[in-house]
Design a protein around this ligand. Structure first.
Ligand SMILES: *Cc1c(COP(=O)(O)O)cnc(C)c1O
Length: 415
């Protein structure tokens, strides 16, 4: 007999999730998660909660698409469902300007590859039918880039990240949608970082036929819940013709448990898989919070607090290269260049969870997901300034917090 080790109970400390994601899950969400009774996935209140969540999600996403629901899992789960309509041999153009759109491109290449192309390079296939347009890190994808590529390649599908979290860049979703419409491509968008942070309605972008987001960023609902997705009738009609090679991540079948059957809302969902009452309760509460605060108000709050953080780190000598409102991506002052990882690790060791970039070049990312108060931003600024000083940078913290005070006081006076 071998000894079986039973480890002590797992304790996880309270930290500040000040990275690009996950955001700080709202205490109300965790409370609903823990307070849900033991119930199975067909219990009437669980099913009602899923139908209500579906309806609230349509409001949050700004859509009348019937096929709008949550995919169990993380952002990549929702993206996998969305990209499942891409079949081997399909012509696709993907715009890559950072870590995440890079992985979206890989997902597309895996799905569009023929059996031979996949076997030739199973983990990194290079199908002839997929064109990846590489846009340099730190640069946004512009409408002209999309227009040019779609005019040249005339693909069936075009894919882009709305907000590329790797480099903190906002891509031109209007230009993307317009070019898709003009060239008859069906747009697929990774909206993982923008949903719940930016004020937009997906129905305002008719060139985009598939949208996928995540639970843990703007929706503030990590306790592994649901990745929001939405598909137009055109997308669903195309999928009905081609089929797709997945049961669990089938865009039509996965919708059934949410009460979406044969293209229509029905009163009660039918079994697709064993959904968790706890996850449903948490997701339901996260959507209630988003609607109570309103997407528009949240978007304003993000822009306001990001400006404060940007100003403060700039005053410390950093150079911000991002334009998203949920995080800043920055270069350290020249005196600390090359020590980004050391700085990030020092911060993380103290429960201050900031991040480096995950692909070249190395930069520092500080996020403010659900940290939308002057106190939270001041805390981040203070901790970051301290960390820079510990590495020997000269930071005038008094001047920095003065600037922060001014930002907040001026806005309060204006109100
Ligand atoms: C975070 C992120 C993902 C991946 O989401 P997970 O929840 O980690 O699966 C994909 N795309 C973008 C743009 C992201 O920011």
């Amino acid at each position: 007999m071998t000894d079986t080790q039973i480890f002590p109970q797992l304790e996880i400390p309270q930290t500040i999730a000040a990275g690009p994601g996950p955001g700080n899950t709202d205490p109300r969400v965790l409370q609903r998660f823990a307070a849900a009774g033991v119930a199975d996935h067909m219990q009437p209140d669980v099913l009602r909660g899923m139908v209500e969540a579906k309806q609230m999600l349509r409001e949050v996403m700004g859509t009348k698409n019937v096929h709008t629901y949550g995919v169990a899992g993380t952002g990549w789960s929702g993206l996998d469902v969305m990209f499942n309509a891409v079949m081997p041999g399909d012509k696709v153009v993907v715009f890559n300007n950072g870590t995440f759109s890079g992985i979206d491109g890989l997902t597309v290449r895996m799905k569009a590859a023929t059996a031979e192309e996949l076997a030739a390079s199973p983990l990194d296939p290079k199908p002839a039918s997929v064109t990846i347009i590489d846009v340099p890190h730190g640069t946004s994808v512009s409408g002209e880039m999309v227009e040019r590529a779609l005019a040249e390649h005339k693909p069936k599908w075009a894919a882009m990240a709305h907000w590329e979290t790797g480099s903190g860049r906002i891509n031109d979703i209007r230009g993307f949608s317009d070019a898709c419409e003009k060239h008859g491509a069906m747009g697929l968008v990774d909206a993982v970082s923008s949903l719940g942070v930016e004020d937009f309605k997906i129905d305002d972008f008719p060139g985009v036929h598939g949208w996928a987001s995540c639970p843990q960023k703007g929706i503030c609902c990590l306790p592994l819940t649901y990745a929001p997705v939405s598909f137009t009738d055109t997308y669903i009609a195309e999928l009905k013709k081609t089929g797709c090679r997945s049961f669990v991540h089938h865009p039509i079948l996965e919708a059934r448990h949410w009460g979406i059957i044969e293209g229509k809302d029905v009163e009660k969902g039918t079994y697709h898989r064993t959904h968790s009452a706890y996850a449903v309760a948490a997701f339901h509460e996260a959507l209630r919070i988003t609607l109570q605060q309103s997407v528009a108000q949240r978007a304003k709050d993000y822009a306001f607090h990001e400006a404060a953080l940007r100003e403060a780190v700039t005053a410390m000598g950093c150079k911000v290269t991002s334009n998203m409102t949920s995080l800043v991506v920055l270069n350290l002052p020249d005196s600390l260049a090359g020590r980004e990882m050391e700085l990030v690790q020092n911060c993380r060791a103290e429960g201050f969870g900031i991040w480096p970039t995950l692909s070249e070049p190395v930069q520092v990312r500080i996020g403010i997901l659900n940290l939308l108060t002057p106190a939270a931003i001041s805390d981040i600024v203070t901790r970051f300034g301290e960390a820079m000083r510990k590495l020997g940078a000269e930071v005038d913290m008094a001047a920095v917090s003065d600037g922060l005070d001014k930002h907040y006081k001026a806005s309060m006076a204006a109100e």
